[in-house]
Ligand binder design. Structure first.
Ligand code: RIB
Ligand code: CA
Length: 314
């Protein structure tokens, strides 16, 4: 097998983040150098605790978990307890974590790791706001050319927004951070709502997780049954979109996705469209092509991958 791919996961667990983290920890193709929790779905003290709960659920208490930014760079923190519950990981009753949170700040961990690892060997996988990545870039600009690529869940274009009519939550929480990251020149693979809304947690797909019979599979089913109720009601669909695991699935099987390299620019001035990801799909402007924006997914192949990987866990 080729050398495992080194990744740092920046996340705001979050049930969909949880499925992404479990899949990553179950996959030998990936070397998870660290998990950095950021405030977004719920406050930081919960996202970092949830990240540690998930590492222990996966039987990986040696994973390094860090606390990152406690709030966005400029705007007030907006959270999403209505979607994820008051703990941010409602559904299963997971035990309080015993593994320790790392003392180092998550942003310092990102900078230190990128400066220490060989140039171009570390991929940043962001599942929440881009605050930590933007702060790291501002703190140490020398990391920018050292990042292999950023694979991120966030944004929306043809699908329109989920937190406002024009903005997706991860970008909306910290649009200024997103603007810094999308202007950085680092290669970006973007998983917007346009693709995640084609990956619905139908009853059959949730049953496949539960039928694994292991604690990780049962917990995944319980998380998704809680998580999907908000979007099922909102969109009137069978199941809700499973956003964040698209990032990890792309690393494992990129052929599951189709997209286009285009310019993506972030709205940071108009309150009406704050956090909108303006995608130049038809190349109308001369703005640089800074992201591969995904729009297509083999949803059955996606869920088969997630189920098989989570089946490898305790
Ligand atoms: O808009 C969906 C994104 O916002 C997902 O990452 C979900 O976990 C929330 O963070
Ligand atoms: Ca998330």
């Amino acid at each position: 097998m080729a050398e495992p791919r080194k990744i740092i996961i920046d996340t705001d667990p979050g049930q969909d983040d949880a499925v992404a983290i479990l899949t990553a920890l179950a996959s030998p193709e990936l070397d998870v150098l660290g998990i950095v929790a950021v405030a977004a779905n719920v406050p930081l003290k919960l996202t970092e605790k949830n990240a540690r709960k998930l590492c222990e659920l996966a039987g990986k208490p040696e994973t390094k978990v860090f606390a990152g930014a406690i709030r966005p760079m400029v705007r007030k923190l907006v959270t999403a307890e209505e979607v994820h519950g008051k703990t941010g990981l409602d559904g299963p009753d997971l035990p309080e974590p015993t593994m320790k949170l790392q003392d180092q700040h998550g942003v310092d961990f990102i900078v230190e790791t990128l400066m220490a690892e060989p140039k171009g060997t570390v991929t940043l996988c962001t599942l929440g706001s881009l605050t930590d990545v933007a702060l790291a870039m501002v703190r140490e600009p020398r990391i920018v050319p050292r990042i292999h690529e950023i694979v991120m869940m966030g944004g929306a274009y043809f699908e329109c927004g989920n937190v406002t009519p024009s903005a997706e939550f991860n970008i909306y929480v910290d649009p200024h951070a997103a603007d810094i990251v999308f202007r950085s020149g680092v290669p970006i693979v973007m998983m917007p709502l346009d693709v995640t809304h084609k990956a619905l947690t139908t009853a059959r797909r949730i049953k496949a997780f539960r039928d694994l019979g292991n604690r990780s599979g049962v917990a995944t089913a319980e998380m998704l049954e809680f998580f999907e109720r908000f979007d099922e009601y909102k969109y009137g669909t069978d199941g809700g979109p499973l956003h964040d695991p698209c990032v990890i699935a792309y690393l494992l099987k990129p052929e599951l996705f189709t997209g286009r390299e285009v310019n993506v620019s972030i709205e940071i001035t108009s309150e009406l469209t704050m956090g909108a990801t303006v995608v130049d799909w038809w190349g109308i402007t001369k703005r640089p092509k800074n992201a591969v924006v995904m729009g297509g997914i083999d949803a059955d192949g996606f869920f088969a991958l997630l189920t098989e990987r989570i089946g490898r866990l305790p």
